[in-house]
Ligand binder design. Structure first.
Ligand code: XBP
Ligand code: MG
Length: 254
């Protein structure tokens, strides 16, 4: 049974639960610093997550919620400034070490490296955010474990469009049929499926209610020998997902 040639990972919600206690907090700090009284609570943020990308999310919030806007002739420039400030705050939060990887992520990354399976990232967030998360959770050499880091602003259309996964595949030089994607959200799953990738979904509190039709397997997390994964849909022979389990999924006809 052939193992996958590469594993392609989403970041936010998949490698780590970065949204509620990371990105959201950073957005609010940036709003406050800019003198805006915008406050994204955890529930509102769940709704705003339907839009991928921080800049796009702010524009959507302005359109939908009509908050008080400062005098500015250039909304795009305001949003770009806020996003730069938000990124700085987010990096600061990561550096404080507040956001751990989800169960099983570090184990599977290490197993893939040991067995010669390539690693790639396909994310909506920025490359600097990804590198910082990898360094603060896995060590300063960890960004080098990844053959490709494909990020949101490197492509024309963010998820649910397939662009970022297609870019990662192109840079890996591999066909989708030899690879497996990991996602946590409906927008991410749409993106990976549209790129032709078999996809494992690990849900989180923000995404557990979403429709993951088309995923190979839906889990509460990847699991570890000491922390079983719960199977929400699909079949898994072990108590956690490892490369042998992934090889079985890849070789199964759909
Ligand atoms: C994640 C996102 C990101 C983050 C914020 O989507 O939508 O926008 O919330 O990152 P996915 P930026 O996990 O599907 O890739 O503010 O850097 O855009
Ligand atoms: Mg995600």
């Amino acid at each position: 049974m052939s193992k996958p040639e590469a594993l392609l990972f989403d970041v936010d919600g998949t490698l780590a639960n970065t949204e509620r206690d990371g990105h959201r907090i950073a957005f609010n700090l940036a709003f406050k610093e800019a003198g805006l009284n915008w406050q994204w609570d955890a529930v509102l943020y769940g709704d705003l997550l339907s839009v991928t990308g921080g800049k796009e999310r702010m524009l959507y919030f302005i359109q939908q919620h009509d908050p008080a806007l400062p005098e500015t002739p250039h909304l795009q420039a305001l949003v770009a400034d806020l996003h730069r400030a938000k990124t700085e705050h987010y990096l600061g939060l990561l550096k404080k070490g507040g956001i751990p990887l989800r169960p099983g992520v570090a184990r599977l990354l290490r197993e893939a490296r040991e067995r010669g399976v390539k690693l790639a990232i396909a994310t909506t967030t920025t490359k600097e955010n990804v590198i910082c998360l990898l360094e603060t959770t896995l060590g300063t050499d960890a960004p080098g474990w990844f053959e490709v880091i494909a990020a949101g602003d490197m492509v024309q259309q963010k998820k649910p469009a397939p662009d970022v996964f297609l870019l990662a595949l192109e840079r890996l030089g591999l066909p989708a049929s030899d690879c497996i994607a990991f996602e946590d959200s409906i927008n991410g799953l749409r993106s990976s499926l549209a790129a032709g990738l078999k996809t494992i979904v690990t849900v989180n509190d923000y995404t557990a209610h979403e429709d993951f039709s088309g995923a190979e397997l839906i889990l509460d997390c990847l699991g570890d020998p000491q922390r079983s994964a719960k199977v929400l849909d699909g079949k898994m022979d072990s108590t956690y997902l490892d490369l042998d389990g992934l090889a079985r999924l890849l070789n199964e006809s759909t």
